[in-house]
Design a protein around this ligand. Structure first.
Ligand SMILES: N[C@@H](CCC(=O)N[C@@H](CS)C(=O)NCC(=O)O)C(=O)O
Length: 211
């Protein structure tokens, strides 16, 4: 398998965690977002959407991180990223989509570039925008966990799932942008050792793939 990825890309980071957690070997193909390589003809002939990640497996190309992770779970061996029960699967998908659909598109590189240029925002203006959507999205996750009451050591009980693959990069980015995560203890803290999920999922459990 070959993963088209950029070290700072959180959508790519999701897939790297999933691959590493499942113990799947892959080749790394770097696509630099700051250099605009994702928009060049060479990469667009791989993924016409001009986004990372993209995964090549057996000559077929897969795009969109959630679709890639579900594919990996269906086709490849290793620990399951989705639970067996349909209601629990829907729970993991819903949590993952809060990140992938409600937060990430609003804070993505092209969104930040667009608002900065169109509305003439300086760096602090863009960061204020960024933190606003982090706060809204993290509150959604916190309320979701409180309502569902299915979280344990991880987002779904004590099992690492696709939800954690999405959460770890999102927490990582929130910390990078100096967002206040104290109001979201269920989302960001491991109740057992009081470390952030990012620390403990990426390091404590040996689930690497960090940017
Ligand atoms: N929904 C897509 C999002 C992919 C995406 O937007 N990736 C970002 C990097 S995290 C990207 O390629 N951004 C390029 C840009 O915004 O110009 C997924 O989950 O794979």
């Amino acid at each position: 398998m070959k993963l088209y990825t950029f070290f700072r890309s959180s959508a790519s980071f999701r897939v790297r965690i999933a691959l590493n957690h499942k113990g799947l070997k892959y080749e790394h193909a770097g696509v630099s977002l700051p250099k605009g390589e994702h928009l060049e003809a060479g990469y667009k002939s791989v993924n016409a959407q001009g986004l990372v990640p993209a995964l090549e497996d057996g000559g077929r190309l897969l795009t969109q991180s959630l679709a890639i992770m579900e594919y990996l779970d269906e086709v490849h061996p290793g620990p399951k990223l989705l639970p067996a029960d349909p209601i629990d699967r829907a729970y993991v998908r819903a949590f993952s989509q809060i990140i992938a659909c409600e937060i990430h598109p609003l804070n993505n590189l092209r969104t930040r570039k667009y608002i900065s240029k169109t509305y003439k925002l300086d760096e602090e203006g863009v960061n204020t925008w960024y933190r606003h959507w982090i706060a809204e999205g993290f509150q959604m996750m916190e309320s979701f966990l409180a309502q569902e009451r299915k979280h344990g050591k991880y987002c779904f009980r004590d099992q690492i799932t696709m939800a954690d693959c999405c959460l770890v990069p999102q927490v990582f980015n929130a910390i990078l942008y100096k967002c206040d995560l104290k109001p979201y203890p269920a989302v960001t803290l491991n109740p057992q050792n009081n470390r952030t999920r990012s620390d403990w999922c990426a390091v404590g459990e040996g689930v690497t793939g960090e940017p």
